[in-house]
Design a binder for this molecule. Structure first.
Ligand code: KIV
Length: 285
């Protein structure tokens, strides 16, 4: 099932950027999906704390714990041994102090075999980025719509619409890059802001999610791509297939066939030879 493939490394990603080839990045939280994503040639996987909503059914990402993240990241690594695997630092796993941030980032590397971590925040989080990169852990920043601060941001909506707010995001990007981040994810910012941040970046890969076509690569939430999240579908997400509908129809057919005694059919069970069956009856008296 899993193809023997080239291991995706940091130099590989920078070479792609040099060649002007966009990088593909998706969220993933489980083994079978990871197998499929690696087979499809996806280069980066994010084990996002969005798993709190997509997999665990919470209303936000805030209740997600490090142990949840590690368990899912381990499963994904087993299914996709060659992708560039990014562990997403959950709420309060890095905000309190540099020491806490380094210890938790280290867990992604040591326990789950991640290649990098991602954390949300700008200037205020630059010391965390510096501490984690100084510990030898490749780090990705996340700016724009940052779901862990959704209450402060006023909801899931476009960020950096005004010149003043756009400048704050551009300044945040510079601070995170200077602190050592090798990449920054811009989520839901205007395309022209994304382009400016790319042009100002010196040695930093700029990835986009709902931020236009200019970025060095694109991230999408897997569940949004395939109609697998029942609560809402963000406008920025394109649906590449309706797996949710396929599964629902399959479930309804199963339900109907069991009710109608059409399943299981003869090919779905195993029989027993007459001699063995007679012997069994004797043994049972
Ligand atoms: O947790 C996640 O999947 C994320 C994306 C929303 C970028 O951080």
């Amino acid at each position: 099932m899993i193809d023997a493939k080239v291991k995706i490394t940091l130099p590989y990603l920078f070479e792609k950027v040099q060649r002007g080839e966009p990088i593909t990045w998706l969220t993933c939280y489980d083994f079978p999906t990871a197998c499929l994503q690696e087979q499809a040639g996806i280069e980066m996987i994010l084990v996002g704390d969005s798993l709190g909503m997509t997999m665990l059914g919470y209303d936000s990402t805030l209740p997600v714990k490090m142990d949840d993240m590690i368990r899912h990241a381990c499963a994904v690594r087993k299914g996709a041994p060659n992708v560039f695997l990014v562990g997403d630092m959950p709420y309060m796993s890095y905000q309190p102090s540099n020491e806490i941030a380094v210890l938790n980032a280290g867990r992604f590397m040591a326990e789950a075999g991640c290649d990098a971590i991602k954390l949300e925040g700008g200037v205020a989080m630059a010391p965390r980025v510096r501490a984690i990169t100084d510990a030898g852990i490749p780090t990705i920043g996340h700016l724009g719509l940052t779901p862990q601060s959704v209450a402060a941001l006023g909801g899931f909506k476009l960020q950096g619409k005004s010149a003043a707010l756009a400048k704050t995001i551009a300044d945040d990007a510079k601070a995170i890059e200077k602190a050592g981040a090798f990449a920054i994810l811009l989520e839901l910012v205007p395309d022209r802001l994304c382009k400016i941040i790319m042009e100002r970046a010196e040695n930093c890969i700029i990835m986009g999610l709902g931020s236009g076509p200019h970025a060095h690569g694109q991230l999408l939430i897997y569940h949004d791509m395939f109609g697998l999240y029942p609560k809402f579908k963000p406008k920025m997400a394109k649906m590449f297939g309706n797996a949710g509908e396929v599964i629902l129809n399959g479930l309804k057919s199963y339900h109907d066939e069991v009710k109608a005694k059409a399943f299981p059919a003869r090919e779905n069970w195993f029989g027993m030879q007459d001699t063995e069956f007679d012997a069994l009856k004797k043994l049972l008296g």
